[in-house]
Write a protein that binds this ligand. Sequence first.
Ligand code: FAD
Ligand code: SF4
Length: 503
Amino acid sequence: MATGIWVLGDQLWIGQAALSSCEAEKSQTPVILIESRHSAQKRPYHSQKLVLVWSGMRHFAEELRSAGWQVTYEITDNFEPALLKWIQQNGIGELRVMVPNDRPFMQLIQNLQLDCSLNLIPNNHFLWSKAEFQDWANSRKRLLMEDFYREGRKRFNILMDGNKPIGDKWNFDKQNRRPPKGKLTTPTPLWFEPDEITRSVIEEIKTQNLASYGKIEPFCWGVTRSDALAVVEHFLTQCLPTFGPYQDAMVTGEETLWHSLISPYLNLGLLTPMEVIAAAQKAYLEKNLELNSVEGFIRQVLGWREYMHGIYHYQDEDYRDLNWFKHSEPLPDFYWHSSRTDMNCLHQVLKQVEKTGYAHHIQRLMVLSNFALIVGVSPQEIEAWFHATFVDAYDWVMQTNVIGMGQFADGGILASKPYASSANYINKMSDYCKNCTYDFKRRTGDKACPFNFFYWDFLSRHQEQLRSQGRMNLVLGNLQRMSAEELAAIQALATQWREENKS
Ligand SMILES: Cc1cc2nc3c(=O)[nH]c(=O)nc-3n(C[C@H](O)[C@H](O)[C@H](O)COP(=O)(O)OP(=O)(O)OC[C@H]3O[C@@H](n4cnc5c(N)ncnc54)[C@H](O)[C@@H]3O)c2cc1C
Ligand code: SF4
């Protein structure tokens, strides 16, 4: 009986563990990739996410064929019938699959009724295995990302000078929060023209009415490993030298600034985290780049990305249902339609997400997620929205970033305080407020900015719970000093806004 390999849609690299385990017998090893139309309709997805994943899979199937593997590519409704047919046709006795990153997919695989044995091969998509993260986490009282990141720097010998960090500091974040003042000369991102395969995926999605959110064209993402490597090279030369200072800035019409745009490729497996980290370290050593930029970037991939994945698997499955603030407001309808809000910051970022399926970290955290948090939207609703609208969204990265970091629904397992802020932050870090109908300075009265009245309403609603978070004492002190009349006016505005924005 033969051994066959099922390659999942986010496992698109030749070194993934299931393929590696059969490399020596590749010409006799059947491999299958399956596009399931039913999976794509179970929840809404950005049209460009469907194009990215399916075109990426079709290109990867070609790559495997050229490398000498026997590849079957199925486009079907459901996984199980396609697998059963292929197993029978190829006389497969053992099906190998690399353990999926996402829990729901793992459950789907385990529930399949197959007439062969199933061999789940440990996943090598991340630098830290689940067991290694667990060992680290079990030895700590608090799961601080900064501690984890330092451990990663030592473990993988990145930006180290013996036992000490290069530059004598682990973190240069303070230098990386420059507001976008004056005219910025930003790099042009590397985008791609769709090739024939990508164009046919776009046509299928259009003709089969599979699109549910966002613009499908222009589609400019890369879909192959060589595209992804070109994006890394472009980032290293054009963006990394100045990645640091404006990492948190937001500018109208500047969708990508100095950000790398590599998350869609890393999450599909078209890039591996270590090759990206090693390339950034090499660029630092050889080109004498600024340490704050290089360290700032490496911290994202070696620190945040690995940490989020580690926490996802370390926490129980019910992490996704957590709701520390007991928030239950519905998501405002304009999250699905950018033209329906006159709040300029939200309008600009939502318009960008519709167009590209992308926003950078601070746009996600301090505009999209922050607003949902202070309004009191159900964490599960906003998580589902993020999952539907971003091209780089997967269960493992959504739960921790949205439920944990963005909504503080885990009560502080992941973040040391809620990422809630008023218009002050947005005005400081962007140019959005300059062209807004609302006044970023006002928290009551005509033209009061909703970020302001909701921020104070949020603090007031949750002050008892927030007192347990030491880092909130300063702002809670400010709340105490607010007059009862002003607080009442704020609460009235918040209530009125919620009523008016019920879909
Ligand atoms: C509410 C919210 C939702 C998010 N949703 C996603 C998502 O669906 N998919 C996703 O990959 N990332 C998500 N992130 C993390 C981060 O915002 C994106 O990885 C990043 O913006 C992608 O753009 P980039 O590749 O240009 O990143 P850069 O700013 O250039 O950073 C480099 C890389 O670091 C990694 N990274 C940095 N921060 C994180 C993080 N918090 N979690 C995981 N990886 C990180 C990413 O791989 C990213 O590509 C989310 C963050 C928040 C706050
Ligand atoms: S004034 Fe308020 S709503 Fe308008 S852009 Fe600024 S923060 Fe956003």
